[in-house]
Ligand binder design. Structure first.
Ligand SMILES: [Zn+2]
Ligand SMILES: [Zn+2]
Length: 136
C-alpha cells in the first residue's frame, strides 16, 4: 500500500510504502494538547516504510509510560506528522489527518478512553480501552 501525506503548509511531505499495522483514536491528554481537539487519530506504520522530507523538527518528551516519544513536525507551519514512541520499537504513529486521502484508512480501536472529554466521546464501533493496551 502506498500513501502520501504532508503538513499544513506543504513543505514537509512523507511517503508510506508498506502495510499499516493498525489505526486508533487516542484520547490521552498529550494527544488533546497536540491536536487541540478531543483526540488524535494515529496510523501505526513500520519505520522502514516511511520516507519523510522537508524542514522537519523534532520535539522529544516522555509519554505516559515514562519512555520517550519523539514527535516530528514541520518547522515552518508546526503541523505534527508522526511520532516515535520508543516503547513501540520500530513503529511510527502517523497523524491520520495529514494523509492526502485520510478516507482510505480503517480505524479499529480507541485508547485512553478514560481521559475522553464529555464533548468528544469514543465512537461506539471502536474497540475501546481504558488505557493503552499491549501492542505487538
Ligand atoms: Zn508545514
Ligand atoms: Zn495519546
Amino acid at each position: 500500500m502506498r500513501m502520501e501525506g504532508g503538513c499544513l503548509c506543504g513543505k514537509t511531505r512523507y511517503v508510506i510504502d508498506g502495510e499499516p499495522l493498525w489505526a486508533g483514536d487516542c484520547y490521552c491528554r498529550d494527544c488533546q494538547k497536540e491536536s487541540g481537539g478531543g483526540h488524535l487519530t494515529g496510523l501505526a506504520v513500520p519505520a522502514e516504510a516511511i520516507s519523510l522530507s522537508g524542514p522537519v523538527r523534532t520535539y522529544t518528551a516522555p509519554g505516559g509510560s515514562g519512555t520517550m516519544i519523539d514527535r516530528s513536525f514541520c518547522g515552518e507551519c508546526g503541523s505534527t506528522l508522526m511520532s516515535h514512541p520508543h516503547v513501540m520499537g520500530d513503529a511510527r504513529i502517523v497523524r491520520a489527518g495529514t494523509l492526502d486521502d485520510p478516507s482510505t484508512i480503517e480505524v479499529g480501536m480507541a485508547v485512553f478512553c478514560t481521559r475522553a472529554q464529555h464533548w468528544d466521546q469514543p465512537v461506539g464501533t471502536r474497540t475501546q480501552f481504558d488505557e493503552m493496551p499491549p501492542l505487538g
